[in-house]
Design a protein around this ligand. Structure first.
Ligand code: HEM
Length: 213
């Protein structure tokens, strides 16, 4: 759970940097999207790095969800008849991880259909990335729909809460318990969660407001 979680945080941060290119305009954003498909070429075939990433991320999602369900089942059995949850914000957030994670998984499925595949839920004007990428136009067309823009932004809030709590538990999983390390780690997790909300969630809202068009 911890290893795949760390991998996702790494991916989300890198993806956030890529998404921020939207503020540099359509050409910069599309250039970046095209580069993603060619990275490693000519040493490696086109899209091979992209496909390797897709396979690792896909398998990690399955492992992460499998581990989450196993943990939930073990905790349920360990509690036995004493099902009452402890009070406190941390415990509330812990109980929120599994349902929140499942909503995030649904978000990812929608997101892939919306901006990569052009399947159900994609905007009517979606254009496939082959042979030329239209990532910027697809993004603006998608987020011009208020319901979709709000869903993206709300999902980013959920993702930030998920990362914040998951990040805190990572240190325990890796066996590090030092108080100072813990404090620095928690602050770092808070900053990452904040960056995900401020950076990612702002994009759909700014498209909706007409600032990105
Ligand atoms: C508001 C937030 C987000 C925006 C604006 C955004 C934007 C995009 C765009 C434009 C693409 C298509 C790129 C292309 O076709 O070249 C994409 C692909 C993708 N995004 Fe996001 N994204 C966001 C959040 C997320 C999050 C939170 C995750 C995962 C936790 C995620 C996972 C992915 C994945 C897996 C792909 C597919 C890459 C591929 O296989 O080609 N995205 N995103």
């Amino acid at each position: 759970m911890a290893v795949t979680g760390l991998l996702f945080v790494g991916f989300v941060v890198v993806h956030l940097f890529g998404n921020l290119k939207v503020f540099a305009g359509a050409d910069a954003f599309d250039h970046y999207a095209a580069w993603l498909r060619e990275v490693g070429y000519p040493l490696l075939p086109k899209q091979s790095v992209l496909w390797a990433l897709r396979i690792v991320l896909g398998l990690s999602v399955l492992a992460h969800i499998g581990a989450a369900v196993t943990l939930w089942w073990r905790a349920r059995k360990a509690r036995g008849r004493h099902r009452r949850r402890l009070g406190g914000a941390e415990s509330q957030l812990a109980g929120f991880m599994l349902p929140g994670g499942l909503v995030i998984a649904l978000f990812i499925l929608f997101h892939l259909s919306d901006l990569t595949i052009g399947g159900p839920g994609a905007s009517a004007s979606f254009r496939h990335p082959d042979p030329n990428v239209h990532a910027y136009a697809n993004l603006v067309a998608s987020f011009s729909r208020p319901l979709v823009a709000c869903f993206y932004s709300a999902s980013m809030l959920l993702l930030a809460a998920h990362i914040f709590h998951g990040w805190r538990t990572l240190l325990q999983d890796f066996g590090a318990t030092g108080a100072r390390l813990r404090r620095v780690w928690v602050i770092l997790g808070g900053l990452i969660a904040l960056a995900v909300v401020a950076g990612n969630a702002s994009i759909p809202l700014l498209v909706l407001a007409g600032v990105i068009s």
